[in-house]
Design a protein around this ligand. Structure first.
Ligand code: KG4
Ligand code: ZN
Length: 355
């Protein structure tokens, strides 16, 4: 019998996306519409994002169905991102998906955006399956995970302040390079010397031990401030123009260094040299190269293609399919939540005030 089709919908930030997935890994149709308008403002404007999703969603879904060569009635289940993200943006996709599922008489499956990022890489690399060490690095989150099986995520560390992608975005702004920051910093850094400036490697003291939360935690806000201070000095000396590529390369190297060394700590502790990257910063060439080199020939690094690293509906369909198979479907009362809890996530280090 043919594998059932899942329609996935993603509208948590500034990409309107729909995907048709057959079975676990066969992507039949996939449309991603990026909202360029936010570049004008140097960041995502929530109200504009929500309105743009509303204008685009019909055509984006229609496009994904046409590419897949299927009709709406062929869809067996509808999955949509329910959070975390911008609440107005989330509500557009989630409500649209729920209405469609209701009209078709099919189950509706709410999906957690970051869990979807964990699944993304497996769509292209079957071996990117548990057990693995997961590094999720996006514009809103930085999470180091131990994943013994799908649906079970042990949170080793996350960021105390800015996310890795957010740091790229803010430093790009400081350097006058535009939005989004990651790709433009990567391009600028090519011509720069990564050792020109020694920016701090936050949370990387050598005396940290695995029984303390900071062993796996991240913090990028101080690094950003350090770049800002240096850029102001360079500006005052009228030297920023010549130094821009060096600053970009040195900043990128500092972020990559921290991400790689913390990931390696998890690889060593869990004795598992399989690492799966997810989220927009997984598109970073510097990060992929440094991680691959650090893991060496005995390690396995799985990274999504650029299209599946940044926000997309294919990963939402994939995560939705997983929960649907387990009977975890939403109700018509399910709604979007900007701070939706990550399903199956357990914290290795409970907060200090936990009882
Ligand atoms: O996963 P994503 O598309 O959206 C969120 O869920 O946040 O991630 C977007 C983030 C942005 O902060 C962007 O600057 C970053 O991913 N990014 C990169 C690169 N490409 C995108 N960061 C570093 N290097 C890149 N090549
Ligand atoms: Zn994302």
């Amino acid at each position: 019998m043919d594998q059932p089709l899942v329609l996935g919908i993603e509208t948590s930030c500034d990409e309107t996306s729909a995907a048709v997935l057959r079975g676990e890994r066969e992507l039949l149709g996939h449309v991603i519409l990026s909202q360029d308008i936010h570049r004008v403002f140097g960041g995502v404007v929530p109200e504009i994002a929500a309105r743009s999703h509303l204008r685009a969603i019909d055509d984006v879904v229609r496009g994904a169905l046409a590419e897949a060569g299927v009709r709406l009635e062929d869809i067996a289940a509808v999955a949509a991102t329910a959070g975390p993200g911008l609440i107005g943006a989330l509500l557009v996709g989630l409500t649209w998906a729920k209405a469609l599922a209701f009209g078709l008489g099919r189950p509706f499956i709410p999906v957690h955006h970051m869990e979807a990022h964990v699944f993304a890489t497996q769509l292209e690399h079957e071996a990117a399956s548990p057990p693995f060490v997961g590094l999720l690095v996006s514009g809103g989150h930085t999470m180091l995970l131990w994943v013994p099986e799908w649906g079970h995520y042990e949170l080793l560390g996350e960021t105390r302040d800015d996310a890795a992608g957010e740091a790229f975005d803010k430093v790009a702004k400081i350097l006058g390079l535009g939005y989004p920051g990651g790709p433009v910093i990567q391009r600028t850094a090519v011509a720069g010397n990564a050792r020109a400036y020694r920016f701090p490697r936050p949370m990387l003291a050598g005396n940290q031990s695995p029984d303390r939360a900071e062993y796996y935690e991240f913090s990028f806000s101080g690094l950003k401030t350090s770049v800002l201070t240096r850029v102001r000095e360079l500006e005052a000396q009228d030297e920023l123009e010549q130094a821009r590529a060096d600053v970009a390369a040195s900043f990128q190297a500092a972020v990559v260094d921290v991400l790689v060394r913390k990931t390696l700590r998890a690889v060593e502790e869990y004795r598992c040299p399989r690492v799966v990257l997810g989220g927009g910063v997984a598109a970073s060439r510097a990060l992929r190269e440094a991680l691959a080199a650090a893991l060496g020939s005995d390690g396995e690094l799985f990274a999504p293609s650029l299209r599946l690293a940044t926000d997309n509906a294919a990963m939402v369909a994939r995560a939705g399919r997983f929960h649907w198979q387990r009977g975890e479907v939403g109700s018509w009362a399910t709604t979007a939540r900007a701070d939706l809890p990550f399903p199956g996530l357990v914290r290795r280090y409970p907060p200090d005030n936990a009882c």
